[in-house]
Write a protein that binds this ligand. Structure first.
Ligand code: G6Q
Length: 556
């Protein structure tokens, strides 16, 4: 690999818009949000956007009107609008794999024709949606029978990464919309405990497996699928009846058939859909089974409406664009390296993990589209948790730590059961946290508070440094009416497009994943070395010794 100094710097960090932001940051870093709010009574009006029933409040950021103008100048300089058009037109913008990036086509609700290599892919998509409907309806209506003639009670999705995280996140999120008699489970880990723990609770006569793998070569998935197949075979006389218990979703039909999946039970997906963008495709089958096809289609509609907004809204009014630019502001001009995702809805418990993959696999890249090493930071470390739980765990660092952690708070206005005694205090926490992160607690306020608590002067002086909060910690708040399928689709699409815009500004390809491929390859090589007890010497001393320690100590 070339050394950093041998590689010419890419122009982005030396471009006029970038340099203007650098200058502007020097000024803004001397300001506090507290001041900005007190100087401008209309700050919220200036810095919020609405889309359907989703409200994005971005006023609690270290920005003023000039910041927004300069950030949009950067977006224009990087040709964001032109790239949006290229994305939707199906250009092969995933240049390292020579592929189009068309997850937006999967939710396209229009009657237009979208040609890719001479084929109308909207037609192919609709065909597969119809098959999803047929399959999910027959399972939900107890018409799909297992080998012994009993209706299916449980569905197990076997997949990993993009073939697991999206369907799992959305199935959980739409739990209130799901039919209760069906259990929908997800197995991804290669650790046998995952599949064993899952199967322990299930009856092979009434369990249906979906082997979900775009490539149908993924070790984790194939190993789990093999275990599931053996488990079912123990209970049926005729292997032909396996077809009653196995479906596959894959673009590699041949491998799925070789594995033993009946050709009629294989749903298609395509190489122009990235794994982490695939929940809108047949990979979403568990969502349709759990929540019903109407709800799945509503989710697609919600995403499609965001697609239209993203394509047509001016950059200044464009929610994914502004979310992306705010991220750029902190990562590239304030040195932030992380981004927290904090939903205040139990059903969104896998939303942070879902976005972690979507964002980090897309924008965790150090080489730009010209094949050159970037000289600026790219994608942040994404992490998160249900917000209220995070408050009792890691928010301390947000308030008083030495790192700047930009955070997104997400909360529904209406909970499904409208239990005021739970939802109101929950929402109070959302508002209190973002306010506290913005304002902090000053020296005088800390003294006043301790005086109110009746502390002596001596105690106050002793505790004072610990009771001051610097504030000025940036947050976005996304409020939405309720977490229904359409809103879920819209929220996910907003984040997808945010990731896309950031990738464009950083001039990286957000749609390949060579790091994932590396992991798949390396493990395969070592598996062979684990077949016998001979010591290995082919690696570095750490890896050799770890492997040899394992070999010496594993059960014979
Ligand atoms: C996603 C990645 C990766 C992928 C998994 C599973 O964008 O490519 O997470 O989804 O490695 O791959 P298969 O679906 O091919 O089994």
């Amino acid at each position: 690999m070339q050394t950093k100094s041998a590689i010419p710097a890419t122009y982005t960090s030396h471009s006029p818009a970038w340099l203007a932001l650098q200058q502007h940051q020097k000024k803004m870093s001397l300001q506090t949000m507290r001041q900005l709010f007190s100087e401008d009574a209309n700050r919220f009006d200036r810095f919020h956007l609405k889309f359907n029933d989703i409200l994005l409040d971005f006023s609690k950021n270290i920005i003023n009107s000039d910041t927004v103008v300069l950030l949009h100048n950067l977006a224009r300089e990087r040709n964001v609008s032109q790239w949006i058009a290229r994305l939707f037109a199906g250009e092969k913008i995933n240049h390292t794999e020579d592929r189009a990036v068309l997850h937006t086509a999967l939710r396209n609700q229009t009657d237009t024709v979208l040609l890719l290599d001479g084929e109308n892919i909207l037609h192919l998509i609709r065909q597969q949606l119809a098959r999803m409907e047929e399959i999910s309806d027959s399972i939900r209506q107890s018409r799909w029978l297992g080998a012994s003639g009993k209706p299916i009670t449980d569905v197990v999705n076997i997949g990993i990464g993009g073939s697991d995280l999206g369907p799992k996140m959305a199935t959980e999120a739409l739990r209130p919309y799901s039919q209760t008699h069906l259990g929908v489970h997800f197995v991804s880990n290669l650790d046998e405990n995952h599949i064993n723990d899952t199967l322990q609770k299930l009856n092979p006569e009434t369990t249906l497996f979906i082997v979900s793998s775009k490539t149908f070569t993924t070790l984790e998935t194939l190993t789990n699928a093999q275990t599931a197949r053996d488990w079912v075979l123990e209970n049926i006389e005729d292997p032909v009846l396996l077809a009653k218990h196995f479906l596959a979703v894959s673009s590699n039909k041949k491998a799925a058939i070789e594995f033993g999946i009946h050709p009629d039970n294989i749903l298609d997906m395509w190489d122009w859909v990235g794994g982490r963008y695939s929940l809108w495709s047949t990979i979403g089958l568990p969502i349709a089974i759990a929540a019903g096809m109407d709800n799945f289609r509503a989710m697609l509609r919600g995403a499609h409406e965001v697609d239209l907004h993203f394509r047509t809204a001016p950059l200044e009014q464009n929610i994914p664009v502004i979310m992306a630019l705010l991220g750029i502001w902190y990562i590239n001009f304030f040195g932030a390296t992380t981004q927290a995702i904090l939903p205040y809805d139990e059903h969104m418990k896998s939303f942070p993990a879902y976005l972690q993959q979507a964002d980090m696999e897309s924008n965790g890249k150090y080489v730009d589209r010209n094949g050159q090493q970037v000289d600026y930071a790219t994608g942040p470390v994404i992490f998160g948790e249900i917000g209220i739980k995070g408050q009792h765990a890691f928010y301390q660092l947000f308030h008083q730590g030495t790192h700047i952690v930009p955070a997104d708070f997400l909360a529904p206005i209406t909970d499904l059961h409208c239990i005021a005694c739970h939802h109101r205090p929950l929402m109070a926490n959302v508002f209190a946290q973002t306010e506290a992160l913005m304002k902090g607690r000053t020296h005088d306020e800390a003294i006043h508070e301790m005086q109110q608590q009746g502390l002596s002067h001596e105690q106050i002086m002793q505790l004072l440094p610990y009771r001051i909060f610097p504030g000025n910690r940036p947050t976005n708040t996304l409020l939405f009416q309720t977490l229904d399928p359409k809103t879920l689709g819209s929220l996910v699409a907003m984040y997808e497009h945010k990731i896309f815009v950031q990738g464009i500004i950083w001039n990286i390809n957000s749609f390949d994943q060579w790091g994932v491929e590396l992991g798949k390859k390396l493990a395969k090589e070592i598996i062979d070395e684990l077949q016998d007890d001979r010591p290995v010497t082919s690696h570095d001393s750490s890896t050799n010794n770890l492997i040899n320690h394992y070999k010496r100590n594993r059960p014979k």
